[in-house]
Design a protein around this ligand. Structure first.
Ligand code: FEO
Length: 393
């Protein structure tokens, strides 16, 4: 990818990764990703904001060459994760006079992960300014976005915020700006769900703080740049708020049809009550889609058969993930079946400790569901509607 000028003296010099399909060997990337890096040329000094994943080191090197960059004074590291920091050693090799500008916590992690010598660093305080001559960088500590050392960099004269992962999206696109907002919204929400959601209380505080800045452009380190920053800021405010939607998420697995029959009946019963239902068959779902649905759903109903003595392993995985992501879901229930006993219900309930949910009476049946079981599912749908009416409708 060639470098592109954003504003006079500010360039996008990162890389597009069209083919990457998995991040952290865990997160599906249906649309690839980008590793954005930005070059800022001041009248006296030049700064590079974050680098790229080591697999794309050659792209960053070529982009800087193409711009005729012979000196870099500062390499700002907003975040120590290797998809942004992994090419710092190469940059230091090419520009040995450069200093890595970051906070003390990030410095420690960069030394541990990348073995960068301590002498290469220049640490900055929260709120500190760094002059490039006619341009000034301000550093804003923003811990737990999603690591403990994260910070944001604000280019004061141009009103550009470089927030690294925050406000980003795993979206490989040739478009520099987020012009297709519907598409970017989906990708940014998926990114928030998978990466940021467990830290929504920290993010809420950071959003309040940056509300005081005059921001015209948000240039994250993944996905397109926001030249209409209110679009992504409003989306984030909604996602981190306590507001939930009149929706029920049903992650399920069925082995011989009993649990599927219950899920199918419950879907109809909830739809009849004008509740939006999002069922996910865990044998074929994209786990990122499930995470996205968790962002604003009011209720989760986990549906599982009994395998040996517990829930189906795919249900265990989805429940573990939901619990770890810590969504603002308010209510939970469990439905499913068993043949001759087991502890499926207790085991699933025991995995929900991180969620501050009220458990609604589960419906667990022996074998195939009968008429009285469908009445229990009707009661479950009634109870969900009653709970939703109290807080949403
Ligand atoms: Fe894009 Fe937390 O790294």
């Amino acid at each position: 990818m060639a470098s592109r000028e954003i504003l006079t003296g500010v360039y996008s010099v990162g890389a597009i990764d069209w083919d990457r399909r998995l991040f952290d060997e865990l997160i599906p990337l249906p649309d690839g990703t980008t590793y954005n890096s930005y070059l800022i040329k001041g009248s006296e000094k030049t700064a590079l904001i974050d680098t790229v994943d080591p697999t794309k080191e050659h792209v960053l090197v070529d982009n800087l060459k193409e711009l005729g960059i012979n000196d870099i004074d500062y390499i700002v590291s907003n975040h120590a994760e290797q998809d942004h920091s992994g090419t710092i050693p190469k940059m230091l090799e090419l520009f040995p006079e450069a200093r890595v500008v970051t906070n003390p916590k990030c410095k420690g992690l960069l030394i541990e992960f990348l073995l960068i010598p301590e002498s290469k660093f220049m640490t900055v305080d929260d709120g500190e300014n760094l002059s490039l001559g006619d341009k000034t960088l301000e550093f804003i500590y923003a811990p737990w976005v999603h690591w403990p050392e994260t910070m944001l960099t604000y280019l004061k004269e141009k009103n550009i915020l470089f927030p690294c992962d925050l406000f980003g999206s795993h979206l490989a696109t040739s478009e520099l700006y987020a012009s297709d907002e519907a598409k970017v919204y989906e990708s940014a929400k998926r990114y928030y769900a998978e990466i940021m959601m467990p830290f929504r209380n920290s993010i809420k505080r950071h959003l309040e703080r940056i509300d005081n800045l005059d921001i015209e452009i948000i240039a994250p380190s993944h996905g397109p740049i926001h030249d209409r920053p209110e679009f992504i800021l409003e989306a984030y405010k909604e996602w981190v708020s306590e507001e939930v939607k009149n929706e029920v998420l049903i992650p399920y697995v069925s082995m011989h049809g009993s649990t599927e029959k219950m899920v199918s009946y419950l879907i109809d019963a909830l739809m009849e009550r004008d509740i939006i239902v999002k069922p996910f068959n865990l044998t074929r779902t994209d786990i990122g889609e499930l995470a996205m649905a968790l962002v604003d759903v009011a209720t989760i109903v986990i549906a599982s058969p009994t395998v040996l003595v517990g829930p189906h392993p795919s249900v265990v995985y989805a429940t573990y993930l939901a619990n770890a992501l810590g969504p603002k879901v308010k209510f939970a229930s469990i439905i499913g079946s068993y043949g001759w006993g087991g502890k499926m219900l207790e085991q699933i309930t025991g995995m929900l400790g991180n969620l501050k949910v009220e458990i609604i009476e589960p419906v667990i049946v022996k074998g195939y569901p009968r008429e009285e079981d469908f009445r229990s599912l009707d009661r479950l749908a009634d109870e969900i509607l009653k709970k939703h009416k109290k807080i949403i409708i």
